[in-house]
Design a protein around this ligand. Sequence first.
Ligand code: NAD
Length: 358
Amino acid sequence: MSKNILILPGDGVGQEVTASAVEVLDFLIKEYGLDFSVKLMNVGGTAYNECGSPLPKEVLNAAKESDAILFGAVGGTEWDNLDWEDRPENALLTLRKELNLFANLRPAFLFNELSEASPLKKEIINNLDILIVRELTGGIYFGEPRGIVSDKEPNYAFNTMVYNEDEIRRIAKVAFESAQKRDGKLCSVEKANVLEVSKFWRSIVTEMASEYPDVQLTHQLADNAAMQLVLDPNQFDVIVASNLFGDILSDIAATLTGSIGMLPSASLDSSFKGMYEPCHGSAPDIAGQNIANPLAMISSLSMALRYSLNQESISDKIDTAIKLFIQSGYRTKDIAVDENYLKTSEVAQKIIDIIQNG
Ligand code: NAD
């Protein structure tokens, strides 16, 4: 059955890196006869300029009908002073919420050839390959009640960290299954020493472990996990955490690799439809210069093929091609050691050549 793919390049370098991913996708469709229907639409500031909304209704509808969405990045100084509902970033949060994308998968991996870019010593960071599974639609970012009370003395503000059993089970299931496909190790991160919601989280995850005898489950408190990520990141395989703790830990993990232009992400619903985007933003400082690194976006395409489009072997081909690209010494400006680097628009063809040459 044909699969629907929606391409949303967005703003700034989002447009440049998405063009590279589309070039690779077009090649794959022809080369392997893939039955994909691909649609491209504007989102974010670009859509706001065009029709007064960062997420026009027809884009949201097309997103709901898609199996996979490739999302570039949104935002830019031009739109920074708009009201929140008109801000480009609102399109992203609305899409996540409307599509119920509760599982955020953020791999953090390092090609050893690029270990100079990491803030950590080579012997600590080499071979890094972690997957952070973050709950994305619940927890303290969405919990009610919330508010700022300014008519009491003293004034105060409050949020609610809440998870129900179903929310914990569905994210833990994604994490256990991801660990089964990797090295079989899962670390669940919370603050069970001080938070009831964390104690509850730990009890549910522990109970579920009996369904996955091939996965070795451990637990860490969030503050310790943050330290361990810096001290000894290679102890981790898969980490699962709530929205808040996952947000913080995935940014630490991304920083360890030292190259934001390399890291992809996936946000999935319960039937593995999803939105795929690089971890970086629209990079207004380099937009339009043809120097952005498109590998995070191409890697996001690979995740889409793996998780939403049932094309695991083609996903493997892309991952191998990216590895060979780096091993062959090809660089983009952000990871280059000298002036010898490829422009954004030259990267896709190199990846295609590597795939074609096996
Ligand atoms: P950013 O990720 O856009 O840029 C941070 C730094 O990384 C910049 O120096 C940039 O040049 C560099 N960088 C980013 N992507 C790169 C790439 N592919 N290749 C080479 N270098 C790259 O973060 P920011 O500067 O904090 O935000 C800029 C805008 O992007 C803001 O409007 C912000 O709201 C938005 N943003 C959007 C998303 C998203 O759409 N998912 C995520 C983060 C930020």
